[in-house]
Design a protein around this ligand. Structure first.
Ligand code: AMP
Length: 282
């Protein structure tokens, strides 16, 4: 695995590869890697692409700066994991390589409803920061394919829209399944911060999502939503949202609908740790 810290160096390396007709598969991350991240690298390898991963803890997407400070960092073990997955290239840039001259030099894109609903409503400015960094990283890496985790469903839709906004519609967006722990908890870098007792109830979020999926067609969503909120509260969570939405547009739905593709999404806090997850209803 070749590790780059400087943008000019990775650009020179990837230009050569492109000239040799090598297709590039890209996995952007913020580090503290787990098997969910690694599954994206493995998918790009399985697709026969040169796999490029980046680790960059992007300050501009943290609406809550204390979350940024507490975000786990484990670069050495991340590198080990990437090596054992057979990752080809790692971009590990300092902030001033990603935002030379400051972040204000890099455009923030608008996503309308997509950036204001659900995660966007809970975390104002978050998707502005995501769009800003992903646009910059896509311009650096210029991949053929970007691999994203369904775990961050709204982010997947934002990045699909972003590639159009930045004039890179040709990039193939591959959305990969959410990897889970045995109790269903979606793998997340934030899980490392859960205490033993918080961890023991964290699978409840997925159980709620499965019940929303199972009760489609038999029970009204408002009843299922209330049941989920009650269960989450009883386990010590503070739910931020338990929502049903059109899976393409993220327009919120009051009830199950046979006419549109649906996704159920939950965000809930346990103490200071905020967890999100989702499930498709088809
Ligand atoms: P992050 O480092 O949290 O920004 O995540 C980097 C990429 O890994 C994003 O595309 C995430 O959606 C994806 N990802 C995070 N957790 C998982 C998971 N449990 N399963 C699959 N992909 C994931």
């Amino acid at each position: 695995m070749v590790i780059f810290k400087k943008v000019v160096d990775i650009q020179a390396f990837l230009s050569k590869k492109r000239a040799e007709n090598v297709a590039i598969g890209y996995v952007p991350t913020m580090g503290a890697l787990h098997d969910g991240h690694i599954s994206l690298v493995q998918k790009s390898k399985a697709d026969g692409l040169l796999s490029v991963c980046s680790i960059f803890l992007n300050p501009t997407q943290f609406d809550d700066k204390s979350d940024l400070v507490k975000y786990p960092v484990s670069t050495e073990s991340d590198i080990e994991l990437l090596l054992s997955a057979g990752c080809d290239v790692l971009l590990l840039p300092p902030v001033d390589e990603v935002y030379p001259g400051g972040e204000a030099n890099f455009p923030v894109y608008q996503f309308g409803h997509l950036e204001n609903v659900l995660e966007g409503a809970s975390r104002p400015g978050h998707f502005g920061g995501v769009g800003q960094v992903v646009a910059r990283l896509l311009n650096i890496v210029r991949p053929d394919t970007i691999y994203l985790g369904r775990k961050d469903y709204q982010q997947c839709l934002i990045i699909r829209r972003l590639k159009e906004l930045i004039g890179m519609p040709e990039i193939d967006v591959v959305i990969c399944p959410t990897l889970r722990e045995e109790d269903g908890l979606a793998m997340s870098s934030r899980n490392r911060r859960l205490s033993e007792s918080q961890r023991s109830v964290a699978g409840t979020i997925y159980q709620c999502l499965v019940s929303i999926q199972a009760k489609c067609g038999t029970t009204g969503f408002s009843i299922v939503k209330k049941e989920c909120e009650d269960i989450l509260n009883s386990k010590g969570f503070t739910p931020e949202y338990v929502a049903l939405a059109n899976a393409d547009s993220l327009e919120l739905l009051d009830d199950y609908s046979a006419d549109v593709p649906m996704v159920a999404l939950i965000a809930a806090n346990n103490g200071k740790i905020r967890l999100i997850d989702n499930i498709m209803l088809q």
